[in-house]
Design a protein around this ligand. Structure first.
Ligand code: NAD
Ligand code: G3P
Length: 352
């Protein structure tokens, strides 16, 4: 009987813990990198993560825990990365350049690397020579807290080889988790980065005491802005060609467009803008209420990816050239100190 590829998980925050629950509920043995030795001890004694989703109890017979990321990567065929993007380079810095050779890497990261403003696949290709054909993503509207409560959720798995992507998705499919497969590897990652910025904007609007009527207008315009950016990225990829990243594989990652009403695009924008679980919305709400960025960060034990992303997107869009008044307003509030009320007043008149 052929053995299934082994799975390693890197990260121990809310999302990594939710993914560990999904994978072990499905019966997958899991090699799991947890940053702190104290957390590993707690896990083994008490069967849960002391800091995140602590209501989730694990079958520890399925878990091999280690604080050494190189051990987990070495022993896994499929490596799931679920560390906030700002800590990714530091976390992987101990690995040699060939650490991922022959392995498949699955990103659950909804952020962009702040140094160099790179998507994770571009960084992995450059630093570890991971080809796009070995790179997959897990995106879609899904809060870790609802996974912990086994509320029905949908996750989209993306990769340029549909059969390989479907095989990976199948390892995660559980009664409370439906999986969708798509091939728009670049688009889903940019959509995830953008929805965090727009959720920050929605939170700021709430903090400024705009009502539900305005919020719906803001989100509808955000969806339009996102689609326009994604179409331009698609067109740019067609022009410059990302073929060199994809030896012998289809043209799919060069696609110009996709169904942007699908859950991995619009759905994730909606849940992040509306859900009280959203860290980005929560962070934005504090900014709208007058907290400084530093004070808002100190209030949270979790990471709002949209903060760094707003700056990266602002830089990337200098090349892409999409019209992005909402993302630009969020950037100016967070990075240039423009008062939120003034930024929103300037933006209001342009919304449709
Ligand atoms: N939380 C969710 O519901 C959810 C859902 C989908 C995707 N994601 C994505 O998953 C990724 C991970 O986010 P999360 O929600 O698990 O994080 P989190 O906000 O719950 O926790 C912060 C994480 O950062 C880690 N950390 C802190 N300092 C670190 C350091 N110096 N080096 C390495 N790690 C450090 C902590 O150990 C913890 O794992 C993000 O890209 C996020 O967008 C999160
Ligand atoms: O809590 P947020 O704002 O980081 O959002 C988490 C997930 O991306 C929602 O799908």
């Amino acid at each position: 009987m052929s053995q299934e590829p082994s799975i390693g998980l890197i990260g121990s925050g809310s999302w990594a813990t939710a993914l560990a629950k999904i994978l072990t509920d499905k019966g997958n043995p899991l090699r799991w990198w947890i940053r702190s030795a104290a957390s590993v001890q707690h896990f083994l004694q008490r069967r849960h993560n002391p800091a995140y989703l602590s209501s989730v109890n694990f079958d520890t017979s399925l878990l091999t825990l280690d604080t050494d990321v190189s051990v987990i990567v070495r022993d896994a065929d499929l490596v799931v990365l679920a560390v906030p993007s700002a800590y990714m380079e530091e976390t992987l810095s101990v690995l040699p350049a060939d650490a991922f050779r022959g392995k498949k890497v699955i990103s659950a990261v909804k952020g962009i690397l702040p140094v160099g403003h790179r998507l994770l696949n571009d960084y992995l290709e450059e630093r570890f020579h991971v080809p796009l054909s070995d790179y997959f993503t897990i995106m879609g509207p899904c809060h870790a807290e609802e996974v912990a409560a086994e509320k029905l959720s949908y996750l989209t798995f993306s990769g340029i080889d549909p059969a390989a992507t479907a095989r990976i998705a199948q390892r995660f499919n559980t009664p409370y988790l439906n999986t969708v497969v798509n091939d728009d590897v670049y688009g889903v990652q940019y959509a995830a980065v953008l929805k965090n910025i727009y959720a920050l904007g929605a939170g700021i609007a709430h903090g400024l005491e705009y009502g539900d009527n305005f919020l719906s207008v803001l989100i509808a315009n955000s969806a339009d802005e996102m689609a326009s950016f994604l179409r331009r990225v698609g067109a740019r990829n067609m022009e410059v060609g990302v073929h060199h990243l994809i030896p012998g594989v289809s043209q799919s990652p060069l696609r110009k467009t996709a169904n942007y009403a699908a859950s991995v695009y619009l759905g994730d924008l909606l849940v992040t803008c509306y859900s009280l679980y959203s860290r980005n919305r929560t962070f934005g709400n504090m900014i709208g209420k007058g907290y400084s960025v530093r004070a808002a960060q100190l209030e949270m034990n979790m990471v709002a990816e949209g903060y760094n992303a707003s700056r990266s997107l602002f830089e990337i869009n200098k090349e892409i050239g999409a019209d992005m008044p909402i993302a630009s307003a969020v950037y100016r509030i967070l990075w240039e100190g423009l008062p939120p009320g003034e930024a929103f007043r300037r933006m209001e008149g342009g919304l449709i």
